[in-house]
Design a protein around this ligand. Structure first.
Ligand code: GRF
Length: 194
């Protein structure tokens, strides 16, 4: 499975996917890493590993159509069959969503539909979970549609919230679960698709 990973920052989920491929537990090849942010740490990881990278900044294009067209060309050029969003902080253009219907997934660090949507990312998610007094949070993998954190849920993994958790400790526990869960769910999806 030729995979593109989209990211905006650190890229630790990207690294977890790479590690699973290296270990032979995920049958895929990352052929392209895409970012909206030229300074994303994940792009540097990709470069070190000899993986092609592409930066797409919406304001460098005259229209949404041109932006989507350039992105689709790049995906075609690298024969991308599946897209995994891993900390990508922008919307995917509708034309790309249509071209990759049921072939774009996202990971979210909470149990959607709770604690999702615009503005619910990073520490905001974990702060909101603690403020709501939740005893359990988790990780959600879902298909991507045109609304943030909205597409059909594929799989969820629970993570306990401890009474003395801070947003930082909760983020750490959730991220560790993400790193294990994302490659596992992708492996299952790819077995079904191939
Ligand atoms: C993860 O928590 C992911 O669930 C969310 O953004 C974060 C990305 O972290 N969508 P990283 O860049 O993979 O380290």
């Amino acid at each position: 499975m030729n995979l593109a990973v989209y990211l905006s920052g650190r890229g630790s989920n990207f690294e977890a996917i790479l590690a699973a491929i290296d270990a032979g537990s995920l049958n895929a090849k990352i052929v392209l890493v895409v970012s909206n942010n030229p300074d994303a740490q994940g792009l540097r990881t990709a470069e070190r590993r000899g993986i092609a990278t592409a930066v797409f900044e919406r304001d460098k294009f005259a229209s949404g159509e041109e932006f989507a067209g350039a992105m689709l060309n790049k995906l075609n050029e690298h024969k991308v069959e599946f897209i995994a969003l891993a900390g990508y902080m922008r919307k995917i253009p509708p034309a790309v969503i249509r071209a990759y219907s049921k072939r774009i997934v996202n990971i979210h660090p909470a149990l959607l539909p709770k604690f999702g949507g615009k503005g619910m990312y990073g520490h905001f998610v974990h702060e909101a979970v603690i403020a709501a007094g939740e005893k359990e949070t988790g990780v959600t993998i879902h298909y991507v549609d045109e609304i943030y954190d909205h597409g059909v849920i594929i799989a969820q993994c629970p993570v306990p919230v401890m009474p003395d958790d801070t947003p930082e400790t909760l983020a750490q526990r959730t991220l560790a679960a993400e790193h294990k869960f994302y490659p596992e769910v992708l492996a299952k999806l790819f077995r079904r698709l191939k």
